[in-house]
Design a protein around this ligand. Structure first.
Ligand code: 6PG
Length: 227
């Protein structure tokens, strides 16, 4: 329930530090896609940390092959994973299998690792879309209401890139020990206010933050401009 908002000159650097610390603790980390985390992954790769005991998961994936420029896994592989030696365990979402089979495969992987309870990530990294989405849960869509599975296939994305998605559901996203939103840029300022400001709107990110054990929101000054 607790939400801590921090406005920083370089929020990606702080996200990198938190990722590296969680990895060194041997935790289960869930990564995100989009433009904001790339800098954090690159900086995390340069920090001294022990990644070999960590396991990397993802909050969502675009239904494209791993070498496609739009792949969330591919972005993290290039910015982070390929630079780590020894490497962590990687449990990627198979976007290339499509939203149905890809979601089933990831659900099985999560249940094999965590049992029949929602996955408890030690650190869940999320971004925030300008419409208030997080992972691939878009406002006003049925995926938001799924409560009997940890993973859902999303046929239609509400924001670019317009490819089907595979996403964790609200119960899976709210089970993490620590949830970290990394949000940069003026175009996110309205969504930041709606998701994390006083009053606010019923946005996916607000639902996740409301249900999570502890949430830290790392903002740059532009994203915090309307708080
Ligand atoms: C994705 C995401 C998505 C992302 C937000 C913010 O696959 O697109 O995981 O939820 O985190 O859209 O993305 P940006 O950092 O690019 O603004």
């Amino acid at each position: 329930m607790a939400v801590e908002v921090r406005v920083l000159d370089d929020p990606a650097a702080e996200a990198a530090r938190l990722l590296a610390a969680a990895a060194s603790a041997g935790g289960h980390l869930a990564l995100t896609g989009g433009s904001s985390p790339g800098a954090a992954y690159q900086q995390a790769a340069g920090l001294s940390a022990q990644w070999e005991e960590a396991t990397l998961w993802w909050g969502d994936e675009r239904c494209v092959p791993p070498d496609d420029d739009r792949s969330n896994y591919g972005m993290a592989r290039d910015a982070l994973i390929a630079r780590l030696d020894p490497a962590p365990t990687v449990e990627r979402i198979r976007g290339e299998d499509g939203p149905g089979a890809g979601a089933e495969h990831y659900e099985r992987a999560l249940r094999a690792a965590f049992g029949d309870r929602p996955p408890i990530f030690d650190l869940l990294l999320l971004g925030l879309g300008p419409d208030g989405h997080c992972a691939s849960l878009f406002p006003g869509t049925p995926a938001l209401g799924v409560s009997d599975r940890w993973v859902v296939g999303v046929e239609r994305a509400g924001q670019p890139p317009y490819v089907p998605r595979i996403s964790l559901t609200v119960p899976a996203l709210t089970a993490a020990r620590e949830t970290l939103f990394l949000v940069c840029g003026e175009e996110k300022a309205d969504a930041v206010r709606g998701a994390f400001g006083a009053g606010g709107e019923d946005l996916p990110a607000r639902r996740v933050a409301a249900g999570a054990a502890h949430t830290t929101v790392l903002l740059d000054h532009a994203a915090a401009g309307k708080l």
